[in-house]
Design a protein around this ligand. Sequence first.
Ligand SMILES: [Ca+2]
Ligand SMILES: [Ca+2]
Ligand SMILES: [Ca+2]
Ligand SMILES: [Ca+2]
Length: 249
Amino acid sequence: MKRLLLVITLAVFLLICCNQVTLDEGEGEGEGKIAFQSNRDGNDEIYVMNADGSNQTNITNNPAGDLLPCFSPDGTKIAFTSWRDGNYEIYVMNADGSNQTRLTNNPAWDRWPCFSPDGTKIAFTSDRDGYPAIYVMNADGSNQTRITNNPAVDMEPCFSPDGTKIAFTSERDGDDEIYVMNADGSNQTRLTNNPGWDEGPCFSPDGNKIAFKCDCVGDDEIYVMNADGSNQTRLTNNSAWDGSPSWGP
Ligand SMILES: [Ca+2]
Ligand SMILES: [Ca+2]
Ligand SMILES: [Ca+2]
Ligand SMILES: [Ca+2]
C-alpha cells in the first residue's frame, strides 16, 4: 500500500510540478497548456488541455501505458514514459503528439523524465545498473549518464530553477528523505531526517525553498523548508492525504 501510494504520489507530483508551466505567449504548441495522464480511454495515455480544463485531447493513442508527462520549458515538446516497447522507456514528442521518439533503449525501467530549465537536458530514473538511480541525458537522448550511485532507491529528480541543482528522493538512509545535489551528481546532501516518508521535492521559483510531502506525523502533510534543509515547517494539518506540492511562479 505504501508503495502504491508512493507511485501515485510521484505520478501526481510529476504531472503537476513538471507540467504546470506557464509559457510565454507564442513560444510553442504547448503554450498555457497542462499535460496529464489518464486511463479514461482504457489504458494510460498522455493528454493535454487548456489551463481552464477545456479541449482535453489524447495525444499518445497507444495501447501500451503512456504516463508521467513533462513539458519542455519552451512548450514545444513533452517527455514521457511508455511501456510500448515492452518495458518502461523515456520518449519525447512534439506538444501536439507528433513525432513520438524513444530516447532510452534498454530492458530496465526508465521513468520520470523531467526537463532542465533551459530544456537542454532531461533527468530521469532508471534501474539499468541494478538499482533505481538518477540519470541525466541530453534532450535528444544522447550522453545518458548516471549521477547517483547508491544501491538504495533514488528517484523523483527535480531541477532547481537555475539548473545548477537537482533535488530528489532517496531511500538510502532507511526511509525516504529529500536530498539535493549539484546537477552533475556531486555533493549529494540529505536535507530531511524524519521517521516518515519524505517525498516529492519541488523548488520555489527563486530556488530558496523546497516544498515536499511527509507522513512524519502519521498522515501525509505538505511541508516547506529552506533549500539547505533548515526550518522545516508543516503547512497542512488534517487527517486526509496531502501531497504533490507544486510551487507556482
Ligand atoms: Ca497508451
Ligand atoms: Ca527501458
Ligand atoms: Ca524520512
Ligand atoms: Ca493530512
